[in-house]
Each structure stands twice: as structure tokens, then as C-alpha cells.
Write a protein that binds this ligand. Structure first.
Ligand code: PLP
Length: 447
């Protein structure tokens, strides 16, 4: 596999290099030059197979020649040791619950596979790295848990002090060992900017920094797998399927774009966002304006005013966007609009949807999942399309207890993985949104 940078100013690299480096030296994001095609037979043969088996069969094609098959099988079965329920809502609607991993969010899917792939290469070469990651909530805890206790990797996670829930924070601050959590006095976008600057800072090169947030290609590829799993279980090839994806940094949605590129019969990808509506506006107008600062919404893991993965989406559709959000070459807007529908959902609509789904179907969802459901119903209203659709539930309702309680009156039962952290002591450092201070911190702490 060869990967190129979305900024087009860096050399092509191998999968291993892209995985360990994270970001390209020209500040772009890596994308595979090409991906293998899944045949109809491949898809049919995956029906009723366990999730790790589907993951293995797809990855064996995608990572052919990169990881030996026996190791890859071990990695997928070890990473995916939990359920992936497809819950029927009505005749043509399903909810795929991606919340059964150790941190009860869909980010476990990406983080657990990426961590094991990194381990595979680092061990083989006897190297050590530091993972530096910014999180708006769930990425950090999923990444921290995925790497927790591993020998060749240290993790430093930055989060916006006032924008993550107590539970999200505790999942990062109660681990210790090789995990360091830093609370930043700022927004998620500030955390992300500091991390990005550190990666391109020559004076920090000796720290062997690597990213594990949604910009790492090692996170993106695993996020294509559950779309294939859902398809294999719900559709008869070549029947088409619609997905609605609650989106913030658009890593999850890019996973679906990759699956479609591999030949998965996806009729429409619905990118459902909260009131941070820079992407649906871009699809309509063709003009991109990031939202600075991002708006605080109920679905707080999606409070992103300039999604990092947008550069990848634009690249796949033949355009070029730099890391600042300047579109230097327009993508094929017609094709983009044909494949992707994007809807912005207000907090009021999010709440109404949570109540409606509970009242009509006795199904409890949290705010991010509700944005996905509402985006789907917006799409159906607009187009009349009745194609079978899967809306993703990206976190367990118990991760957002206050929101779920105030909207539905229900106290969601905690999964056991979340119960355990309640009693543990928190450890974290505090920093302002100031790059030079952060750099000094890294130099003194890691050197
Ligand atoms: C991160 C996150 C999202 C957004 O995913 P992106 O890949 O950033 O678009 C949605 N829901 C939850 C619960 C999340 O943690």
C-alpha cells in the first residue's frame, strides 16, 4: 500500500510509516493511493460471520503484504472482543450500536486496532514512540485505553477542560502508567492546533511523536469495517444501503467513504452534524467557512468548527484543501453531492428525537446518536428515499447521563467498564492554550 499526503508536497510512504508518523511532513493527511475491491462473493460470504472475522477478511485484502495473516487474525480477534448490535427500529431503519467496547464509544473500534497494529511494528523494530492526541471527549479515552499498559508507547492526551463530561475525563485521568492527561483552558480546536504544531516542530523531532486521533490512517481504515459488517448482515448483494453518521471531525464518515470506494453498495452517506454546520453549508454553496470558535452543542464530541478529515474527503473527490481550510482546488461537487447528504441538527431537534425514539420504539439513544437519526429523517423527508438505512449510535447513553436524564427522565444503566472508574482517583496536569508552554512541558516531561 502506498499513501500520499492531501497537501501533495510530501513523498509517498508505506502503511507502516503513515501509521507511526500520523501526519505527513507537509501537514497534510495520508490517504491510500488505491484500495482493493470487495466482490459480491466477498460480501455474501461475510453474512452471519462474527465481527472480528469480517474485520480480518477485509483487512487481509487492504493490508496485504503489510502485516502477515496470522498476526492480523490475532490482532482483529483481540481488538474486537465485544458485540456490535444491529437493532431494528422499523421496517427500513436500523441502529448500529458501536458502544460495546471498553470505553463505550465507537472510537474503541479504531483505537484498539490501531494500537495493536502499532505494537506489531514497534515490537518488530524495537522502537518507542509517544502518542500525542487532542480529544473533544471520546477519542482520548479510547486511545488511552487502547494503549494502556503497552511497553513501547507513551500517550499524552489533551482535552478542553470545560468541554468534556466528567465521565469522559475520568476515563483519561484514572489510568496513569504510560498515560498522561492534560486539561487545557480552551476549546477542542485549541487542543488540536497545539498538537498539530508540535508535530511540525523540528525541535520536538527527537521525542518520536505520533498522532492517534482521527488524522491517523490507522484509525481511519478500521472505521470502514462496521459499514461492511452491517451491509453483509442486512443486505442481499447488490442491494443498496444508506448510512447516517453523527459527525464531528468526519473520521467516521471517511471510513464509510473508504468502504464505498472498496465497492460497498452504499446509496447515500448522510453526514449528520450538530449546529456546527460548516460542512452542510459547503455542500450547498460550494464555499467553505470554518466556524471559529466552534459552537457548544449537546452532542459535545461533535463540536468541531473545522473538521480535520475534510481535507481527505475533498481529496477523494479530486480537490485539494490545505490544513487551514483553504480550498485550493475544488472537488467534483456534483459527485460529492450525489454520494453525500449532510444535515445540521439543532439541540432542540436532538432532544425531540431522543424523546420520539423512546416513545415510539422504546429505544434509548444519547445525543450523538439522535443527531444521526434526525439527519436520516431529514434526508428521507427531502428525497422520499425509503432505502433501508442504518443510523450509527456512537456512544452508550450512560456516557451522557445528565443529558439523557434531563431529556428522557431515564437514568441509563452503566456498563461495567464505566462503573469501575467511578471510584478511582484522578490525575491530570493543567495548561493554558499556549503552544510555547506546552512545548516546554513536553520537553521537560518526555526528554
Ligand atoms: C468522536 C465522536 C463523534 C464524531 O466522530 P468523528 O469521526 O469525529 O466525526 C460522534 N459521536 C461520538 C460519541 C464521538 O465520540
Amino acid at each position: 500500500m502506498k499513501l500520499y499526503s492531501t497537501n501533495l508536497q510530501a513523498a509517498e510512504v508505506s502503511f507502516e510509516a503513515a501509521l507511526i508518523e500520523g501526519q505527513a511532513p507537509d501537514k497534510g493527511l495520508y490517504l491510500p493511493r488505491s484500495l482493493p475491491l470487495l466482490s459480491g462473493d466477498d460480501l455474501v460470504s461475510m453474512k452471519d460471520k462474527p465481527y472480528p472475522e469480517v474485520a480480518f477478511r477485509v483487512l487481509r485484502k487492504v493490508l496485504e503484504g503489510e502485516v502477515d495473516e496470522a498476526s492480523l487474525k490475532g490482532i482483529t480477534y483481540d481488538a474486537y472482543n465485544y458485540d456490535v448490535p444491529l437493532e431494528k427500529v422499523n421496517e427500513n431503519t436500523y441502529i448500529m450500536r458501536l458502544d460495546r467496547g471498553p470505553t463505550a464509544s465507537f472510537k474503541d473500534f479504531a483505537a484498539r486496532l490501531m494500537a495493536r497494529l502499532m505494537q506489531y511494528y514497534l515490537k518488530r523494530e524495537n522502537r518507542e514512540i509517544t502518542i500525542l492526541t487532542a480529544t473533544s471527549g471520546d477519542t482520548g479515552s479510547a486511545v488511552a485505553h487502547a494503549f494502556y499498559g503497552l511497553d513501547n508507547v507513551r500517550v499524552v492526551v489533551l482535552f478542553p477542560r470545560n468541554e468534556v463530561s466528567d465521565r469522559q475525563r475520568k476515563q483519561m485521568t484514572t489510568l496513569q502508567k504510560n498515560i498522561t492527561a492534560i486539561a487545557i483552558d480552551g476549546k477542542f480546536d485549541d487542543c488540536q492546533a497545539m498538537v498539530k504544531q508540535a508535530f511540525s516542530d523540528q525541535q520536538l523531532r527527537h521525542l518520536n511523536l505520533s498522532s492517534a486521533n482521527s488524522i491517523n490512517i490507522g484509525r481511519l481504515i478500521p472505521q470502514s469495517l462496521y459499514y461492511i459488517y452491517a451491509y453483509a448482515n442486512l443486505c442481499n448483494y447488490p442491494e443498496e444501503l444508506v448510512f447516517s453518521i453523527p459527525s464531528g471531525n468526519f473520521g467516521n464518515m471517511m471510513g464509510c467513504v473508504l468502504a464505498k470506494t472498496m465497492g460497498l453498495p452504499v446509496k447515500k452517506i448522510i453526514a449528520s452534524v450538530n449546529e456546527n454546520d460548516e460542512v452542510p453549508s459547503f455542500l450547498i454553496s460550494g464555499e467553505y467557512h470554518k466556524i471559529v470558535p466552534s459552537l457548544n452543542c449537546l452532542s459535545n464530541a461533535m463540536n468541531v468548527g473545522h473538521p480535520s478529515n475534510l481535507a481527505r474527503l475533498i481529496a477523494v473527490y479530486g480537490g485539494q484543501m490545505d490544513e487551514q481550510g483553504n480550498v485550493n482546488k475544488m472537488p467534483d461537487m456534483e459527485k460529492l453531492r450525489n454520494d453525500i447528504y449532510s444535515s445540521s441538527v439543532t439541540d432542540e431537534e436532538t432532544k425531540t428525537t431522543m424523546r420520539d425514539i423512546l416513545d415510539s420504539y422504546s429505544i434509548l439513544i444519547e445525543p450523538h446518536g439522535a443527531v444521526g437519526i434526525k439527519g436520516l429523517s431529514d434526508y428521507r423527508k427531502k428525497t422520499g428515499d425509503k432505502t433501508i438505512a442504518v443510523a450509527l449510535e456512537t456512544a452508550h447513553p450512560a456516557k451522557f447521563p445528565a443529558e439523557v436524564r434531563s431529556v428522557t427522565g431515564i437514568d441509563p444503566e452503566l456498563p461495567s467498564s464505566l462503573k469501575e472508574i467511578e471510584a478511582k482517583k484522578e490525575h491530570m496536569d493543567f495548561l493554558g492554550a499556549d503552544y510555547e508552554k506546552f512545548k516546554g512541558y513536553l520537553l521537560s516531561k518526555l526528554s
